[in-house]
Structure formats: structure tokens, C-alpha cells
Design a protein around this ligand. Structure first.
Ligand code: SF4
Length: 131
């Protein structure tokens, strides 16, 4: 899984690296061009440190940082691709596609509920046709 900006161990931004559930350090660096949707990412330039929380970040600082990250996302031409990528993995950390991890969990829960309702509606509808 890739994020256009990822903080390094020193806190400075680096180019895209592969991120896994085991953490960013578990995988070697990977060039951006492997995934075309990253090419136009607004966060590739200079917004390092906005997208992932440092350890022990106070709540007020987190909220302010996430809001700044979302402002970058709002002008990003690949927002939808990034968001769907983060939802599909799913990415457990950071701001992706203008959504925090908590917001992505809400979206995923809504999608699961909607899918369950659609399955149930199809099942009921199929029963009416058969009956
Ligand atoms: S939507 Fe946000 S996190 Fe995703 S590529 Fe664009 S600026 Fe980066």
C-alpha cells in the first residue's frame, strides 16, 4: 500500500514507500511510478508530516493537523482514487483521500450495511418472484 507522502523515522518526509500492516519500515522503498494514480497527488510536494500522526500527539494538534491535510486533499486531482485505495486496503492510519482513519471506518461500516440491505432486498425480491 502506498501513500504519496510518508514520514520517515526522523519525521522528515520521503517519497512514497510501501506501507504494510507491519509498518512502513517493514518494506523497502518503492518508486511512485508503480502506481499511476499517485502521479498527480497534491501531497507529493511539501506537506510532509500532515498526513500521519506523530507519537503521543495531543488531540487538539491532531485535529488541526488533520484539517490541514484535508485542505491539501481538497485540491488534489486524485482524491477519489486515493480514497478508494485507502478504503479497499483498508489503510488503518493517516489521512487518505480527505478522510481520517476514523472517517474511513464510518464509510466502510455504511457500505457494509448498505450491501447487507441490498442482499436482503434481493433475497426478498427473489422469494416473491419464485413464490
Ligand atoms: S487525496 Fe490527499 S492523501 Fe490522497 S494523494 Fe491526494 S493529497 Fe495525498
Amino acid at each position: 500500500m502506498l501513500h504519496p507522502i510518508e514520514p520517515s523515522a526522523t519525521g522528515a518526509a520521503t517519497a512514497v514507500r510501501r506501507v504494510t500492516a507491519a509498518g512502513p519500515a517493514a518494506q523497502p522503498a518503492e518508486p511512485l511510478d508503480d502506481n499511476p494514480w499517485h502521479t498527480g497527488a497534491a501531497c507529493r510536494r511539501d506537506e510532509a508530516g500532515l498526513f500521519f500522526a506523530p507519537s503521543k500527539e495531543p488531540t487538539a494538534a491532531r485535529l488541526a493537523r488533520e484539517e490541514q491535510a484535508k485542505q491539501v486533499c481538497a485540491r488534489c486531482p486524485v482524491l477519489l482514487e486515493c480514497r478508494e485505495h485507502a478504503l479497499a486496503q483498508p489503510e488503518p492510519y493517516g489521512v487518505w483521500g480527505g478522510l481520517t482513519a476514523a472517517e474511513r471506518r464510518v464509510v466502510l461500516a455504511r457500505r457494509r450495511r448498505r450491501d447487507a440491505e441490498l442482499r436482503e432486498a434481493r433475497r426478498v425480491g427473489a422469494g416473491r418472484i419464485a413464490g
